[in-house]
Design a protein around this ligand. Sequence first.
Ligand SMILES: Cc1cc2nc3c(=O)[nH]c(=O)nc-3n(C[C@H](O)[C@H](O)[C@H](O)COP(=O)(O)OP(=O)(O)OC[C@H]3O[C@@H](n4cnc5c(N)ncnc54)[C@H](O)[C@@H]3O)c2cc1C
Length: 475
Amino acid sequence: MKYKRVIVWFRNDLRVHDHAPLFYASQKSEEVIPVYCVDPRLFGKSLLGMSKIGSHRAKFLKEAVDNLKTMLQQIGGNLVILQGNPEEVILDFALANNAEAIFYSEEVTQEETKVEQQLEKNIWKHGIRTEAYWQSTLFHIEDLPFPVSQIPEVFTQFRKECEKFSNIQKTLPRPKSINFPDLGNNFEDFPGLSTIGLKEPIAKRKSTVEFKGGEDEGIKRLQNYFWEKDQLKVYKETRNGLLGADYSSKFSPWLALGCLSPRFIYEEVKQYERERVKNQSTYWLIFELIWRDYFRFICKKNGNKVFQLRGIKNYVDNWSRNEEIFWKWANGVTGIPFVDANIREMNATGFMSNRGRQNVASFLVNDLNIDWRWGAVYFESQLIDYEVCSNWGNWMYIAGVGNDPRENRYFNILRQAENYDRRGEYIRHWIPELARIPGFDVHQPFDLSTSQLKDYGISLGSSYPQPMVMNKAWI
Ligand SMILES: Cc1cc2nc3c(=O)[nH]c(=O)nc-3n(C[C@H](O)[C@H](O)[C@H](O)COP(=O)(O)OP(=O)(O)OC[C@H]3O[C@@H](n4cnc5c(N)ncnc54)[C@H](O)[C@@H]3O)c2cc1C
């Protein structure tokens, strides 16, 4: 039996390739209405008054939704943009337009699943059906070699068993065409940033990759990184870089909003291995995508524990909640150049490398001893690639309350700076005032009030702060 009319509710899956709800709706229904809902709660405030979505991510999201509309128009469809709580406005829209079912992609964390459950409850009494699809991971949940409740707490075990006993399903083709009903021309666009109370982001120093939201741009980035620049073959050696467009794939913002499907990336890696080269680097990109899967399944398994201070280890430390210290970290004015440079990059562009994230997170929780959840919420607000499971999973990991078999994942900031930014190029890029000091060793602990600076006749006193902590373990 075919449905007469189905709504496809787009969430963090803003693409038309490998899209289960869209694909199955196009097969199972005579007419398909794609819908995106701008949920005002996403633009609310979080801990310490931080915006849940900052300007960089909001801009990227708007671009991604706008592009989805274009992609749908290319196959005969369109995108209806609703504003309000999805569990209410989608119901009203479904009733007003005689939809028989709503197809959507399943999420795993509380805020999102609550919305799904409420929508399902609201529409059930009107005889409207729902079909929820699992997507967004490389390994489909039904293909895991264990039930979600028994997912190993150690990544390596998870990975090895998935690699041995599971298969990665093929991508679903993008529908050649969809039959979109005549609903008139009364379509709203995704609101401008000022309407949702945000300012247009102004990058204070140029980002090395132009992050523009949307499936088109995500695929373009993949073409460029894999095929034009041929960077995949050296990914494992370059992935710990800090400066430049191509030390890592930079796929994360498109993955986070579902503009790129991980299975699509996987198939491209396999094609690259057939046509160019198969080596440790090509495998390593898949290895990292398995990390991404892992955090998603861990969130599904552990529910709200991932947002709680004690984490999934149920371990409690004496965290401090000193707002002054926290904001120095968040504003990139700790006086520790390697930390400040990374934070300043994120604040200016919405992106930070994985190496940078590990270091600034470790500095906040291990050196400043601040409640790790404040850091996670700050990243949520700033990162263009914020993804709930990867973010909270990684923060738990570094705070020692997650899935880390090691007791204390401490990063020695000065040693890390020496190893990964030997010539201080990254630090000088993001803290240009340091570039004015010839020969100044940005990797050594220093006291800006000493003769070191006076020798150069430079007073940085007001433009760059003194270090807020000096940890003996660094020296
Ligand atoms: C404290 C902290 C917070 C983080 N928050 C996020 C977040 O909100 N969103 C996010 O996508 N990633 C997050 N990461 C993981 C990682 O830093 C980013 O995925 C990576 O830097 C993105 O750059 P890339 O796409 O060039 O990665 P690449 O090195 O090219 O990796 C390819 C893809 O693999 C996945 N991946 C790589 N490393 C990880 C990892 N450690 N955990 C999960 N997935 C990974 C990403 O999807 C990434 O796009 C966080 C890491 C830390 C330490």
